[in-house]
Write a new protein. Structure first.
Length: 442
């Protein structure tokens, strides 16, 4: 088997060492002082010439209870876990027009709950080419995902991210990111982004299969910029005094993808007659918006995907590493639809809205719909095969910096025939999921 030999394993580690070294040099040179501590926003150190460094983190204990409406004798499935435990170091050297971020998660939980966890989340360095244009190298959230992935996990409007995110988002990627922010007229802004990544999600620790991923995003803000990073937080915590709106579109092509949606490398492999790796291309597009005004917020997202399967695939690699030539689909040898049946293909729509009262109580609702292609892993009975999700949530924030918050939600899930529980047992009916999460930041 042949594959691309380039290995990204050491790059984030080298970036981390560079960040620490750069920070150490700057701190020693600038005679740093603890500038401030803000509950929820961490410790900020600053020195001369515009250098600053911030250390913050948060923990999120979590519980959920799942019930199946048609299984009267089935027990409720209850789970307790530490949802997130994150530490983040950021810094800025204004003199050199450089800023950086390093973030880890010590909880052992994945971002959306159905993927293997990774310790390293962010490791990037960004250079400001001009005041309006910046280039980033490293591992970070990608602009080609839906808008919800732009928003920090501690600032979510509901307990969990939407099922659209679970179905289509790659979450984080390693590569080069070019971003701009340009003013149009008196108040409007346009924010374009271009990305070139490895197309395999988080850092690749083994051989990197397939080609690169190309993509971009274009955001338009007709009423000016949001207040205090409001574009990257779901709730209208600052209670925008004038309406704020951002509308965006995304497009990406992953050339030679070896997983379901581009989160890992080498998870699903196919071969040609000569045992060379041959992989499908994966195209994803979407549109989304965020609106905020006087405590009200609304987020809408649409995402769709498609695949192009090469016609030279004749073999597949099983999970144990053995080779098979069987591509059975409903009793017929069908390579194209077999390959598509293992990928996230279809469309999804998510709309959510809520209102934050002045006493920092919030009431929020969400509706998510997933329409799977005929041949798609979105029809998998255990993990998906559930087209509609209805969620109602209540949150209490104890401060406007997300220092402490408590959130609860209840979700009703419509399950199609052939759905299973998490133990692959058939279920009769639909699902109810109750969730509670607390967040404590420093």
């Amino acid at each position: 088997m042949k594959n691309i030999k380039f290995n990204y394993n050491s790059i984030p580690f080298l970036l981390f060492l560079g960040i620490l070294f750069f920070g150490h040099i700057q701190l020693n040179a600038q005679n740093p002082k603890l500038n401030k501590y803000t509950f929820g926003e961490g410790l900020t150190f600053s020195g001369n010439n515009g250098y600053s460094m911030n250390l913050r983190g948060y923990v999120q204990p979590y519980m959920d209870i799942k019930n199946y409406t048609g299984n009267d004798e089935a027990d409720n499935l209850t789970r307790f876990r530490l949802r997130r435990f994150r530490l983040r170091l950021t810094g800025e050297a204004e003199k050199y027009k450089i800023d950086y971020r390093f973030q880890v998660d010590l909880s052992g939980s994945g971002e959306v709950g159905d993927e293997q966890s990774e310790l390293l989340l962010d490791a990037w360095v960004r250079y400001s080419i001009t005041k309006r244009t910046r280039i980033t190298f490293g591992q970070r959230a990608t602009p080609t995902d839906n808008r919800e992935l732009y928003m920090g996990s501690q600032t979510l409007q509901l307990v969990e991210r939407s099922r659209l995110t679970s179905a289509f988002a790659s979450i984080r990627e390693f590569g080069i990111f070019l971003e701009g922010s340009y003013k149009l007229g008196p108040i409007a802004y346009i924010k374009p982004s271009l990305t070139l990544t490895n197309g395999d999600g988080l850092n690749v620790y083994s051989s990197d299969f397939g080609g690169l991923k190309y993509g971009g995003r274009l955001d338009f803000l007709p009423f000016g910029l949001f207040t205090r990073f409001g574009q990257y937080r779901q709730v209208d915590m600052v209670r925008e005094r004038t309406p704020k709106l951002v509308v965006g579109g995304t497009y990406s092509v992953n050339q030679g993808m070896s997983s379901r949606r581009g989160r890992t490398s080498g998870a699903i492999l196919y071969l040609d007659d000569n045992s060379n790796v041959s992989l499908p291309d994966y195209t994803k597009d979407g549109v989304d918006f965020l609106f905020k005004y006087k405590g009200f917020s609304m987020l809408g997202e649409f995402a769709g995907s498609s695949a192009e399967v090469p016609n030279n695939i004749t073999q597949r690699v099983r999970n144990d590493g053995s080779i098979s030539t069987n591509f059975d689909v409903d009793g017929v040898q069908d390579v194209e639809n077999y390959v598509k049946g293992r990928m996230m293909l279809g469309t999804a729509f998510n709309i959510q809205a809520g209102y934050l009262f002045k006493n920092l109580w919030s009431v929020d609702g969400r509706y998510t719909q997933i329409d799977a292609d005929q041949h798609s892993f979105l029809n998998n009975g255990t993990f998906y095969n559930r087209p509609k999700y209805y969620t109602l949530g209540v949150s209490k924030y104890f401060d406007r910096n997300y220092g402490i918050k408590v959130q609860g939600s209840i979700t009703y899930v419509e399950a199609d025939p052939g759905s299973n529980d998490i133990y692959s047992n058939p279920i009769n009916g639909d699902e109810w999921i109750a969730r509670i999460i607390t967040s404590l930041a420093f």
